[in-house]
Design a protein around this ligand. Sequence first.
Ligand code: ADP
Ligand code: ADP
Ligand code: MG
Length: 445
Amino acid sequence: MFNKILIANRGEIASRIIRTCKRMGIQTVAIYSEADKDAPHVSHADEAYLIGKPRVNESYLNIEKIIEVAKESRAEAVHPGYGLLSENPHFSNACVEAGLIFIGPSGTVIAQMGSKIEARKTMEAANVPLVPGINYALQDNKEAAKVAAAIGYPLMLKASSGGGGIGMQVVNNQEELMKAFEGNQKRAMDFFGDGAMYLEKFIGNPRHIEIQILADQHGNIIHLGERECSIQRRNQKVIEEAPSPFLDEETRIRMGEAAVQAARSIGYTNAGTIEFIVDENKNFFFLEMNTRLQVEHPITEEITGIDLVEKQIRVAAGEALSLKQTDVTYKGHAIEARIYAEDPTTFFPSPGKISYLETPEAPHIRHELAIHSNSQVTPFYDPMIAKLIVKAETREEAIKYMADALKEYKIKGIKTNIPMLINTILHPAFLRGETTTDFVKKYLS
Ligand code: ADP
Ligand code: ADP
Ligand code: MG
């Protein structure tokens, strides 16, 4: 096992990874920018290194600098967390070239799944059901119009390199497509350095249901069941739950098998997630694969009793998975709510200083925090500041626990989305499990 791991991330996920390392007796190295001098992850780690200015390009995305710190601190492995460099194939390769172990898949596999177009081609070849659409980049909006007419509206226009709901837009007719094409192409170019756009059928009233998988370096691949992440704003998740209130046992089994097959077809190793979109008739289609730990991984940990970060570390160290598929069992119901520093009505980020913070405590509550009283929420990073996770025997009970916990959460000094989370969790449609991806638009605006 490793003696020391560098965590190439910040915020709640850095602290969460450090926690598991401590439990495993592994030393930790944190990195931080000038804006994060007082951030919790810095004090949680055994060592911490200042790596640059607040802007991510000058700190958390500086591959050379991070590798330099890893070597200087004599870390043996690097955990990338999620976001930032976690799905950057160059980073995975750079770690390996520097003699470090990257806790995640190879650069080749990351690159293959990082392009949604490439991923679609691969999954088609592996017989995993795809959303109807094209598997190549559109030249211009003229070609887009032609392709769109052939598939039929409504359509989802997507950036091949997209993530975090960026670079994608629903288009209902040619006029909307013409308006949307160049803007999204430009956004994709700005955000991802790649303007490749494609089209797929817009699935009506769908659910986002994803399967967690775990794969070792000896050919063993298992899945850890599903997470339903349909409650979204701007095509980005805000509330997730496991198990899904929508799936039946037969569909659940078929999705698990499809996810394992998808991972096997690319020689995947480490933890990963296959995201599916599921239509009203429980047909499921491959959306994308995230080749990293997912923001919402705690709900899977809560119902399976498995520490995903520990599994990631063990697999990266070359250990064989100690679990077979039949060893994975599910108990109870877990819900996660993402707390963002944002205006609850416009969803615009709301940076500022947290003047007061009080979080509810109870045995059924788990916090993943990136803040404390006096924390400065800066505009430089993702505005997600905390995750609140509850676990109960039943879904009804979990909903009640979540509503109570959210009401007791006290954050002063900045605006948060907590009012919106409460409105969602207490909505009769949520209680009935009518959690389609248009929930927020349909019931809360
Ligand atoms: P998940 O699929 O795990 O729910 P998301 O797609 O919401 O994750 O993104 C994971 C994290 O990375 C989030 O904090 C998100 O804001 C951030 N993220 C994803 N893509 C980008 C991007 N292109 N630029 C900045 N942050 C991003
Ligand atoms: P990202 O990489 O930004 O996470 P995804 O492809 O995973 O992008 O899509 C994000 C969300 O957008 C999905 O969870 C879903 O709500 C919505 N979405 C994506 N594709 C479609 C589609 N074809 N039809 C309907 N909704 C979609
Ligand atoms: Mg996604």
